[in-house]
Write a protein that binds this ligand. Structure first.
Ligand code: F6P
Length: 547
């Protein structure tokens, strides 16, 4: 494997950073007034302006050279072809196959992938239509009004985020709910308002072994059976499952006719476009779901075919890596100027951080360079009244993605006859402008600001942002946005030399929790554990619980 930090491109980037460090975005725009027109890239319907980043054309040449040295193009082609890039689990990585059109061809490891994907999509569509049309009813014949998706991580965040994002396209009768947390407050709070007779429960779990999901699923089954006086036949009418594990689904008592499968080449955090999206399909309908998939596919094609220097996910990934590896950035903000995308940052946290939060290379060697940053964010303009102060005048460099739309799905008039959506977007444009160019002491003095206030009011600027715009928030555009970030994760991982498709780091905590569970519940005081802190915390908890 290439040690990327030992390459010529890496050394040149380090030297180049020293040179660029002395330049401000004000200067870069003065030197090249056309940046705002030249540093843009379109991917499907996404219009991306990366000109307000701390880069010049030479930076991008060096970064793409780095990508080439890391073999990004070959590795990208290998992923699309179904090579086993998930080396630690010896699996292909084929979320891109989930959105291939029906007439595409792809056979991997002897499996006709496209045929299998479309067979499941057809079954999902049939089931969704039956629920939407009121043909698939509850046990007593009532039409389904509420769908509860029980899953966690990739089996929750994707459909929950997309259901909210596509609020405008939902079926009028059907509401979806998403239960993920093993905190019983989540399930109890959700079921409290629901009528069991018109509720469909979807247990979504790739492995069907996840502790939180099974605990919630069992509790939901008990809630249902309590209503039907223990009549087990009610379970078949009210439960469906999404999983790769048919055996465990059947053991749970769910009719496998109501089970929708996927494959081990779909990672949990890459699965919203698989059967894991069943709740979403029920909400928005199969046609909209097909549009959602076509959006992913459009960006897949862009990523697969465009040269590195015109390739949106590649450019954004390399610019992100530029900040974490050469400028010391530790976090990255994602700021949607669309309330319907409120859960998008949370969705990206799993996609990005579970994929690339690694310090070991694919071949087991230790990495010498920092890898993924913390991803966080909130919708604008709420963030402006919470944490933007730190973005503008704090001491950290925090690159940020601003996401916005031209046409509103909802708009309201302002008292002066204007548009509230324009109000929202004027904040988007103003924030990116102020973050980039700030305000100098001279500007403030010219405005007559009192000298003692000038240091407090100086806006340093030089805070990098990327603006991502699209015509409107449609299912296709949502698919495009997700694919844009999926492929960025891939590119960064390939440059760092890590496997973004496993997540061994989450296993030990699961094992420890299982071990500690018996210590919490046992009547006898638990045997001392390995450390005095955990022993004392468990003792305190047991005492507080009267044990
Ligand atoms: O958090 C670990 C993880 O394995 C995620 O990768 C996954 O999305 C989540 O748990 C849920 O897993 P499952 O779909 O198998 O229940």
């Amino acid at each position: 494997m290439v040690d990327i930090t030992a390459t010529e491109a890496w050394r040149e980037l380090a030297a180049h950073q020293q040179h660029l460090f002395a330049r401000s975005l004000r200067e870069l725009f003065a030197m090249d007034p056309d940046r705002g027109r030249s540093m843009v890239v379109d991917a499907a319907e996404l219009h991306i302006d990366y000109s307000k980043n701390l880069v010049v054309p030479e930076t991008l040449e060096l970064l793409t050279a780095l990508g080439r040295e890391a073999g990004v193009e070959q590795l990208r082609d290998a992923m699309f072809a179904g090579d086993h890039l998930n080396t630690s689990e010896d699996r292909a990585v084929l979320h891109t196959a989930l959105r291939l059109p029906a007439d595409a061809e792809l056979t991997v490891d002897g499996q006709d992938v496209v045929a299998d994907v479309h067979a499941v999509l057809a079954a999902m569509a049939q089931f969704s239509d039956r629920v939407r049309d009121g043909e698939h009813t509850g046990f007593t014949g009532k039409a389904i009004t509420d769908v509860v998706n029980i899953g966690i991580g990739g089996s929750d965040l994707g459909p929950a985020m997309a259901y909210q994002a596509l609020r405008h396209y939902r079926h009028a009768r059907i509401r979806c709910h998403f239960v993920s947390n093993v905190d019983p407050a989540d399930l109890t709070g959700t079921l409290a308002d629901l009528d069991p007779e018109s509720t469909l429960l979807i247990v979504a779990s790739k492995t069907f072994t996840t502790q939180e999901t099974l605990a919630n699923a069992r509790a939901a089954r008990a809630w249902l059976l309590a209503h039907y006086d223990g009549d087990q036949d009610a379970v078949a009418a009210h439960f469906a499952a999404v999983s790769t594990n048919a055996e465990k689904v059947a053991d749970f008592g769910i009719d496998t006719d109501n089970m929708f499968g996927f494959w081990n080449w779909v990672g949990g955090r890459y699965s919203v476009d698989s059967a894991i999206g069943l709740s979403l399909m029920i909400a928005v309908g199969p046609d909209r779901f097909t549009e959602f998939l076509s959006g992913f596919h459009a960006v897949d094609e862009h990523f697969r075919t465009q040269p590195l220097d015109r390739n949106a996910p590649v450019l954004l990934a390399l610019i992100g890596l530029w900040y974490s590896n050469f400028w010391g950035a530790q976090t990255h903000a994602v700021l949607p100027y669309a309330d319907d995308l409120a859960r998008f940052p949370a969705y990206l946290q799993q996609l990005v951080m579970e994929s690339n939060g690694k310090s070991v290379a694919r071949d087991g060697g230790h990495l010498t360079a920092p890898t993924e940053t913390v991803v966080w964010g909130e919708p604008g303009t709420n963030g402006q009244h919470a944490f933007y102060q730190l973005l503008h005048q704090g001491t950290w460099l925090i690159p940020a993605d601003f996401i916005g739309f031209a046409e509103p799905l909802d708009d309201l008039p302002t008292p002066d006859g204007g548009s509230m959506h324009d109000l929202l977007m004027s904040n988007f444009f103003a924030q990116t402008q102020v973050l980039a160019f700030g305000k100098t002491a001279d500007d403030l003095a010219d405005e007559g600001v009192a000298p003692e206030l000038i240091p407090h009011k100086v806006m340093p600027g030089n805070r990098p942002t990327t603006s991502i715009l699209a015509p409107r928030l449609t299912p296709a555009v949502l698919g495009q946005l997700i694919a844009l970030y999926e492929h960025q994760v891939f590119v960064k991982a390939m440059v760092w030399g890590i496997n973004p498709f496993d997540q061994w780091g989450v296993e030990l905590g699961k094992q420890q929790a299982n071990q500690l569970l018996s210590d919490l519940a046992e009547p006898a005081p638990p045997a001392p554990l390995a450390d005095s802190s955990t022993d004392e915390l468990v003792r305190w908890y047991r005492t507080a619980r009267g044990r």
